[in-house]
Design a protein around this ligand. Structure first.
Ligand SMILES: Nc1ccn([C@@H]2O[C@H](COP(=O)(O)OP(=O)(O)OP(=O)(O)O)[C@@H](O)[C@H]2O)c(=O)n1
Ligand SMILES: C[C@](O)(CO)[C@H](O)COP(=O)(O)O
Length: 241
């Protein structure tokens, strides 16, 4: 960790250019209303209200119909750029759109717009532990359920071993140039990486797993929205208590 980084915080990239096909609805899920705000607002406030985050680049679809045009949240700068066909393409676009103050070896965060329920203590832990790792780190949750491999007939083929299995979450924290090169290499090899860590692993690197809260789930289907509304109301009750 350089002295500058410890003083200024890290920049975040927020991929928000998806169509939300599994979610359905008339508009992309990042604009679904929860407690009076679009989902993406909850995500951006969770990120930008943390003292360890300096600003964010939101990656939007070229035809995004609803971006409200915010240029700052929680007093932090909010930039935007246009995403691509895949989430990895969108993250690459975000990396290229970061301000010049973000140096090649500075750490940057990537966090899904679709993960609004990010806890401050998890975000802070990821930044602190990731910055002290030679490669970087991701929030993740250990698998606690028994895992089944399904057959084509809907029956169970077998139970999969779950020892040392984790579910990758976001944010994921890596150095700007290393992540850019890893994503470009995966793209050139025709490999569709589903998270940033996968691109880094392909380069022979071993990102650190930082355990995060199970409630940092991704809004993927419509039922996830009700789960977030409940989590939000529970958190607001905790604050009032
Ligand atoms: N080309 C893409 C695809 C996805 N994302 C973003 O990546 C995050 C995680 O992706 P996912 O949950 O799969 O969102 P969608 O791609 O919108 O969902 P679906 O696969 O159901 O269409 C979301 O914040 C989404 O907006 C993106 O920025 N660019
Ligand atoms: C990045 C991610 O959220 C980690 O679990 C996940 O891989 C995104 O997958 P999606 O299919 O693009 O939602």
């Amino acid at each position: 960790m350089t002295t500058d980084e410890s003083r200024t915080g890290v920049w975040a990239i927020v991929p928000a250019a998806g169509r939300g096909t599994r979610f359905g609805g008339a508009h992309p899920k990042q604009y679904a209303q929860v407690a009076g705000s679009p989902l993406i607002r909850h995500t951006l406030e969770a990120l930008l209200s943390n003292p360890g985050v300096r600003g964010a680049v939101v990656v939007l679809a070229a035809d995004d119909p609803l971006w409200p045009g915010w240029d700052e949240i929680a007093g932090k700068a909010l930039l935007r750029c246009t995403g691509g066909e895949s989430r990895a393409d969108s993250v690459l676009a975000g990396l290229l759109a970061l301000p010049d103050e973000v140096r090649a070896d500075d750490f940057v965060l990537v966090h899904d717009a679709a993960r609004p329920n990010l806890r401050q203590d998890d975000l802070t832990a990821l930044i602190e532990r990731g910055r002290n790792d030679p490669v970087g780190a991701i929030l993740a949750a250990p698998v606690r359920d028994t895992l089944k491999r399904a057959g084509n007939d809907g029956g169970i083929d077998r139970t999969e071993p779950r020892e040392r299995l984790w579910r990758a979450l976001t944010p994921q924290l890596f150095r700007r140039l290393q992540l850019t090169r890893a994503l470009e290499a995966a793209s050139e090899a025709g490999i569709a990486v589903t998270d940033e860590a996968m691109a880094m692993e392909r380069q022979g690197m071993r990102p650190l797993l930082v355990e995060g809260d199970e409630d940092n789930f991704k809004i993927t289907t419509a039922s996830d929205l009700a789960r977030f509304e409940f989590a939000l109301s529970r958190r607001q009750e905790e604050i009032r208590a």
